[in-house]
Design a protein around this ligand. Sequence first.
Ligand code: FAD
Length: 284
Amino acid sequence: MIKDIFNEKKPTLSFEVFPPKKEDDFANAFAVMDKLAVLKPDFISVTYGAGGSKSKRTLEIASYIQNQLHINALAHMTCVGSKKEDIDAVAAQMEKEDLKHVLALRGDRPADMSDEQYNSRAFAHASDLIAYLKETTSLHAAGACYPEKHFEAKSMEEDLQHLKEKCEAGAEFLITQLFFDNDSFLRFREAARKAGITLPICAGIMPITTAKQIGTTVSLSGSAVPKKMADMIAAYADNPADLRKAGIEYAAEQIRGLKAEGVDGIHIYTMNRPKVAAEILDLI
Ligand code: FAD
C-alpha cells in the first residue's frame, strides 16, 4: 500500500498525469507512462474530470500503470456531480481493475450546475466521499490539501479543521495543491501538525516551462506567483528555450529546499511531459 512507503523512505517520489482529451493523444499516453516509469516513481496519480466525465479514461490509464507497469496507481475521483450509484460504479470498476488507491476529491462546481443540484449533491465534501468509500469498498483513499488555503474557506484555521475531518474520515496521506514558495508550504505544514494532522503530506511541484501555463493551469489553481517566478517569466518571455531551462531549475531548487526540510513526499505535476520530469530529477 502507498501509505506504507512513507515509513520506508523519505521523501517519496510521485507524478501526476492526465488522460488526454483527443483520441490521438490518448493513444500516445501509454508511451508517456512508459517514459515516466523509467524514473521509478513510488506512485503515479491520474486526474479525473470534474463532473465525472471521462472517468473511463482515468481508469484505463491507471490500470495500465498498475497492471502493466507495476507501479502504484492513484486514480483521482471527484464527487460534486455524482450520485451514489455513479460512485459505486466507478469504485466497482476500480476494484475490478485491481486498482487499490483513490485520491478522493469533491471537485469544483461545474459552470452549468444549478444551485438546486449543487445544494442537493450526494457528497457535500471530500471527507464524505472518503468515509463512504471506506465503508463500502476496499479502496485506500488519499486527500487534497491547500498550503495557501482552499479558495472557499474563510480562514486557514477553518480549512485545517475540515482537513482534519478528512483525515479522521480515513484519508491515508495528503497531496498539496501546487505552490511556488516553499515558505507557504512550510507554514502550512507546521499549522497542520499543530492542528493534529499527522498524515504524510506530499508537496505538489509544478515545473513552469512556458509563459502560457501561468495564464491557464496556475491561475485555475489560485496559487500565488512569487516575484522570483514573475521575474523569471518576464526575463525569458521572448526565449522559450531559456524559460524552459529556468523553469526546470526553479522546480529543482524548490525540491532541494523541501528535501532539506524533511518533506514526506515530492509529487511532480508532470503535465504528461516525462522529459521535463527527468531533467528535474537529474538536477537533484
Ligand atoms: P473538500 O475537501 O471538500 O474542500 C472544499 C472546501 O470545502 C474547502 O474550502 C474546505 O475547507 C470546505 N469544507 C470541507 N469540509 C467541510 C465541511 N464539513 N463543512 C464546510 N466546509 C467544508 N479537480 C478535478 O476536477 N479533478 C482532479 O483530478 C483533481 N485533482 C486534484 C489533485 C490535487 C492534489 C488537488 C490539490 C486538487 C485537485 N483537484 C481536482 C481540484 C479540486 O477538485 C478542487 O480544489 C475542489 O475545489 C476541492 O476539492 P477537495 O477535495 O479539496 O474538497
